[in-house]
Ligand binder design. Sequence first.
Ligand SMILES: [Zn+2]
Length: 246
Amino acid sequence: MKRKNICFSLFVLGLIATVTALLVWGVYSRLSRPPITQTLDPDRPMVALTFDDGPSPRYTPQILDILYQTQTPATFFLVGERMEGGRLLIREMKTVGHQVECHTYSHQNLSALTGEEIRQEVALAQEELEKILPGHKFRYLRPPYGSYTQKVEQEAGITLAMWTVDSRDSEPGQEDKIYSNVVDHIKDGDVVVLHDCPETARVLESIILTLKEKGYQLVTLDQLAARLTQEEKEALIIPSTWKGKS
Ligand SMILES: [Zn+2]
């Protein structure tokens, strides 16, 4: 009986050691990924994939894997109060060349908040980010639910960034629709809004492969903005704040 107990204890210890080793190896292999490489042709069409509401411990790793396997840089609009649980994922985003931007601290409807509360939503998210990526400043804010007013625009203190193609990926079990909402409506200069959610994790690879087959180059918001005309920028970024920066 005693010997049985010892054997069982050794088995459990071995199991814990194996799982720990696998976790450490998994984290190391993700963080040691070299940056995504791509050569952009300014004469070929470009679109930006953007992911809101992360990091999600379950779905962001799946999305990051697909983006990495297809060598696709993207832009993540992160929620401040979710950052602590996704520190390694955020470091990985930065390491491989994704753009990291702000989606407020607690994902509230900014249009319903006071000026002080709006400023807090941005400042607290920025604080969380700097604990993980010291010195990294958000340059864009995507307001939750796409909801903003002139007050939001003034109080936020950074450029609001919207989208031109809505994947509508918050509807459960609608992968076919999400796919067609994106690939059937895409055009040069579009910004696609997606989320770190199970539906997107399942359909993302098909979307990326189809867009690439159609000849689109997939880029970050910064890379896209760098080649848009002023009119095109205004279609996806709040005009008055953008004008102040260009
Ligand atoms: Zn959101």
